[in-house]
Design a protein around this ligand. Sequence first.
Ligand code: PEP
Length: 246
Amino acid sequence: MRKKIIAGNWKMNKTPKEAVELTRMLKGLVDTDKSDVVFCVPAIDLIPVGEVLKGTNISLGAENVYYEESGAYTGEISPSMLKEVGVKYVIIGHSERRQYFAETDETVNKKVKKILEHDMIPIMCCGETLEQREAGITIEHIRIQVKKGLRDLSASDAEKVIIAYEPIWAIGTGKTATSNQAQEVCHAIRTVLGEIFGDTAEKMRIMYGGSVNGKNAAELFTMADIDGGLVGGASLKADFEKIVNY
Ligand code: PEP
C-alpha cells in the first residue's frame, strides 16, 4: 500500500516573514499522519519555515538544487546546504524550470542522483504541452522524460523517487486534467517504471499536479495510479486543508 503524499509548491511566493505567517496558519490545518504532507518553499524561506514546522508531521521541501557539491557556481544551492537545514524532499525538473531556466532531462538526471546521494527524496516532474497532447504524443513524451530522468538508477534508489505528472496546460491555468486523463498517464508512467525497475514500480509514488483544488482532489487522488498531488496556487491558501484532508 503506497502512502499518499501531498506537497505544496510555493514557487516564487512569500518573503520569509510572510512564509512564517502562512506556515503558522496552515500547520494546524494540515498536520496529519494519514498522508505525507510537504511544504516546498523558496530557498530563503527554508530555515524560518523549518523552525515553525518543528514538532509537526509536515516535511520541508526545496524547489530546486544544484548537482555539484560546492565551488564556483554563483547563485546556486548545494545538496548539503539543503540537507543541513532539514530539507527532506526536493522538486526537480518542474516545467517552469525547464521553460525559463534551461533545465533538461540530463540535468534532471544529475540532480536526482545527487539528491539521493544526500539521503533526500527527489520529486521529479514530467508533463506534456498542449501541442504535444493535441498531436497525440503525450505518452511517448512522458516515457522519454521518465527514462532519461531516471537513467542509471538502481531499483533500490528508484524506489525512493517520487514522480509528479504535471500536464503543462493544467499548471496555474485552472484547467485540471480529468481524473481519467490523469490516471491514463500515471498508469503509463508506472508501466515504464515497471519496464525499467520491475516490481519496484508498484512501490513508487506518482503524484498528479495541475490546478488541484479542494473540489477535485478526492476524485484525482483515489485513482489507482495516483498517489497524491503536487499543488501550486492552492497550497498558499487555507484551501490546502481541503486537499490534504480530501
Ligand atoms: C505546480 O506548480 O506544480 C502546480 C501544479 O501549480 P497549480 O496547482 O497552481 O496548477
